[in-house]
Design a protein around this ligand. Structure first.
Ligand code: NAD
Ligand code: G3P
Length: 336
């Protein structure tokens, strides 16, 4: 059945998902705070800074007026950077006139509080003003979805009916959506893989070999699983799309902002220089800090995260942190 969906966020992922929904026959209005981005979508059906070669369908409209965007909405998709989720949710509550399904497709933890995104949304949007909150997450670069490259993704909710609602909303011939009931696992896998992608990029930038790439991905998955399980996730989720799947794509794709950031760090550029040239959100940088703090709080061993934290936040040299990691006490692969 045709649905009206408001997409909050006019970045690359919001646009690719908005286009997918339009192609599935739904009505979509995008909300963005950036007047220039909204005007470009309205007038030229493009966002040349984020998805340079894509012309979006004319039916994909955008506005800076949130009340207009969410009017009559059956579903509202949050796809702004994690740091903006709480503030955008507060703005939404003031203008909501329907009781929509809330979906989010962002990846990260709130700084300081370490809340997952669905937790922030549940705190800010009263339960009588919304239906369920569903997480949409998996190995999916906007650049590929926007040109209909085959993609698989997960819709996660404790309430199967709403996960199926989101599955049906987005599924089509190039976009296959699976359901999952492990919201914690899906959100933690999605957030934490960005840290490992920073490391995989750095390994590439340093000119290290394929063995090292395999090592960081495999041992990265081990520490993602350790922290995720300590936060209440099902360990099996981490061998699914939002764990292993997203880890592979983010650690190997040239489209990954996190991988590219790591690559440039490995080549000796400074973090400030890299982030200002990127012009797009690199969630792994703030997630590294949250995960480092969470690991200490929950007493979980995360040597790769710790090493990346030291490079990003303590100005340690990449070669030095790799050497220190390799010198750690011998251990069994099965130690958890
Ligand atoms: N790009 C992808 O391929 C992709 C895929 C899956 C998930 N994600 C996740 O989706 C989220 C958004 O990523 P993106 O790639 O679309 O980012 P982006 O950098 O391409 O765009 C971010 C958008 O958010 C807007 N924005 C920034 N701060 C804001 C604020 N305070 N209030 C309102 N809007 C604000 C920007 O103007 C921009 O339109 C991230 O959490 C990212 O990890 C991205
Ligand atoms: O470009 P990245 O590194 O933010 O990754 C985007 C998506 O999370 C990949 O699934």
């Amino acid at each position: 059945m045709k649905q009206k969906v408001a997409v909050l966020g006019t970045g690359s992922w919001g646009l690719a998902l908005g286009q997918t929904l339009i192609e599935n026959g739904h009505d979509v209005v995008m909300w963005g705070r950036d007047e220039a981005q909204v005007a470009e979508i309205q007038e030229h059906h493009t966002n040349k800074a984020y998805l340079p070669n894509i012309v979006f369908p004319e039916r994909l409209t955008a506005t800076t007026n949130m009340a207009d965007a969410v009017q009559d909405a059956d579903a509202i998709l949050f796809v702004v950077p994690t740091k903006a989720i709480r503030q955008v949710a507060r703005q939404l509550v003031d203008v909501l006139t329907t009781v929509p399904v809330i979906i989010h497709a962002s990846k990260g933890f709130e700084q300081e509080t370490h809340f997952r995104i669905s937790e922030i949304l549940a705190q800010e949007i009263p339960s009588n003003k919304r239906k369920d909150i569903v997480v949409l997450s998996g190995p999916s670069h906007a650049e590929e979805v926007a040109v209909h490259d085959l993609t698989t993704i997960t819709a996660a909710s404790k309430n199967e009916a709403y996960a199926i609602y989101v599955q049906k909303l987005f599924s089509n011939g190039y976009f296959r959506v699976y359901t999952n009931d492990d919201v914690i696992g899906v959100e933690t896998g999605a957030a934490l893989k960005n840290i490992i992608a920073l490391g995989a990029g750095a390994i590439h930038g340093l000119g290290l070999g394929d063995n090292a790439k395999a090592a960081i991905m495999t041992r990265g998955l081990a520490e993602i699983t350790r922290l995720g399980v300590a936060m209440g996730a099902d360990p099996l989720t981490f061998i699914g799309l939002s764990g292993f799947g997203d880890l592979i794509v983010t650690c190997t794709s040239i489209h990954s902002r996190n991988w590219r950031t790591g690559d440039m760090l490995g080549k000796g550029k400074s973090l400030d220089e890299i982030l200002s040239s990127m012009g797009m959100i690199v969630e792994g940088v703030s997630t590294t800090k949250s995960a480092y703090e969470l690991a200490q709080e929950l007493e979980v061993e995360m040597p790769i995260t710790e090493a990346i934290y030291q490079v990003l936040y303590e100005n340690k040299d990449v070669h030095y942190v790799i050497e220190e990691m390799m010198k750690r006490d011998n251990k069994s692969e099965k130690e958890f």
